[in-house]
Design a protein around this ligand. Structure first.
Ligand code: KMH
Ligand code: ZN
Length: 276
């Protein structure tokens, strides 16, 4: 392994997002107890960080504090020490106030989406004032931001946030590649983005759909961290549904070991990510 590739890899699992439905896969969790169970399974499979969304009982996306609180409380009550990261992205069409409902006690990280973009047939709105506002709330709540970067220009926004003092280390960068409307999942794109980071930073890749596992493999070889899970991808291989996010975590862990990397424990992930 080259000097620049750290041995430890932080595996994040996104157990449910706002878009995937149970009609697409019966493994998609909706209820707080189902989301918490998916998080526990992912943690046992080797995920150090769990990225969280919540749902209403009928499956609609929810940013309601009571839903997030129940998920977080259930995970902690089960003795799970994974780093918990709440989504402030929520779902397209939600306003910033609603999106900030996810920031409940017990979370240690939260996402910060770095720009407006086409998101499939929808528009995911993150104006610069929105981003500044969300960054300020994360700072107030002492949450480590995970900056979600879907396209190259968002790195310029990252630089601007740093220059203006809206953001400072510690922060983590997640390259989300393969959203229709953002950059596709390719090694060329990932290398370009990593080279464009405004300052040395730890980073991870979340490949969407069929890009998930190939992008994880590329990131592992480049010294990056990885995210997998049903939010991003429902399949273990073409046409074969994952039984749960934990199955995708197990695949990522096996890929990491093959690449000479060891999955970080949550305690090690906290050190890497600067979470105190
Ligand atoms: N559901 C997407 C529109 C995040 O978690 O911060 C946004 C998203 C990103 O999932
Ligand atoms: Zn998300």
């Amino acid at each position: 392994m080259s000097e620049s590739v750290p041995r430890k890899v932080v595996v994040t699992c996104a157990v449910v997002g706002a878009e995937v439905t149970r009609a697409q896969s019966p493994a998609v969790p909706y209820l707080p107890e189902e989301i918490a169970q998916a998080a526990l399974d992912a943690w046992r499979a080797g995920a150090a960080v769990v990225h969280l969304h919540a749902r209403h009982p009928d499956g609609r996306p929810s940013q309601r504090p009571e839903h997030f609180r129940e998920v977080v409380d259930r995970i902690r009550a089960a003795g799970c020490d994974a780093v918990l990261q709440c989504s402030t992205g929520g779902a397209v069409g939600m306003g910033v106030d609603e999106r900030l409902g996810s920031l409940v006690d017990g979370a240690e990280m939260a996402t910060l989406n770095l720009g407006t973009m086409n998101f499939g047939d929808d528009v995911f709105v993150n104006s610069r004032p929105d981003i500044v506002r969300i960054a300020a709330r994360l700072r107030e709540r002492r949450l480590v931001p995970e900056c979600e970067v879907y396209d190259a220009g968002m790195l310029d926004t990252l630089r601007w946030l740093l220059d203006k003092g809206h953001l400072a280390a510690p922060y983590h960068v997640q390259f989300v590649l393969g959203v229709p409307g953002g950059m596709t999942g390719s090694e060329r794109n990932l290398r370009f983005l990593v080279e464009g980071l405004p300052e040395p930073a730890h980073w991870s890749v979340a490949g969407i759909g069929r890009f998930e596992l190939p992008m994880a493999e590329v990131a592992l070889g480049m010294g990056g961290h990885v995210r997998v899970g049903l939010e991003d991808n429902l399949f273990v291989s073409k046409g074969v549904l994952a039984k749960g996010s934990d199955e995708l975590v197990a695949i990522a862990v096996a890929m990491a070991r093959k690449a000479g990397r060891t999955p970080a424990t949550p305690a090690q992930a906290r050190r890497i990510l600067g979470i105190s």
